[in-house]
Design a protein around this ligand. Structure first.
Ligand code: ZN
Length: 175
């Protein structure tokens, strides 16, 4: 998908159960200035919302890219375009939240380590190994690109404990 800047108008956080969150996002074909502008906007929205990760579909752009900042600070923002995961290893269980699911937090079991290969804003490929919180954030954001939300990965007990809050978000979305 070739991204053109006019689409930047009107981009804002999308909340569960917005159907755009369930779409499979398309690869970025050309890393151009429009993509750089989009990444900047995503970083701004993420920091303003006190998040540590944000995927393009969460602001209504079905493109395979995400930003994250483990400290929540703008100077630590990383941009990953067309990411691929490999070497998923171990298991960790970290409490997760999601800007698209306000008010919901739950422990999610995921591989504790992964390797991610992606393009940066210069269009160059880079490879990085991630563990613990970084691995969790990267896998959580990667899931968004395939239309998967962290609530899909909960065990039965956690799912039950989130049920009321999810129903409320569903009601809010309809209004
Ligand atoms: Zn999320």
């Amino acid at each position: 998908m070739i991204f053109s800047p006019p689409h930047l108008n009107n981009l804002h956080l999308r909340y569960y159960p917005d159907p755009i969150l369930r779409q499979k996002a398309k690869p970025v074909e050309i890393v151009n200035s429009g993509i750089a502008t989009l990444a900047e906007l995503m970083g701004d929205i993420m920091i303003k919302s006190s998040g540590i990760g944000l995927a393009a579909p969460q602001i209504g752009m079905p493109l395979r890219m995400f930003v994250f900042s483990l400290t929540g600070k703008p100077e630590d923002i990383e941009v990953l375009i067309n990411p691929e995961l490999s070497n998923l290893q171990g298991t960790s269980e970290i409490e997760e939240g999601c800007l698209s699911l306000p008010g919901i937090r739950a422990k999610v079991r995921r591989p504790a380590a992964c390797t991610v290969t992606a393009l940066n804003l210069d269009g160059n490929q880079f490879v990085t190994d991630a563990v613990d919180l970084a691995a969790t954030v990267i896998q959580h954001e990667f899931d968004h690109l395939d239309g998967t939300l962290f609530i899909d990965r909960l065990n039965a007990v956690s799912r039950l404990s989130c049920r009321k809050a999810l129903k409320q978000l569903e009601r809010d979305f309809q209004e």
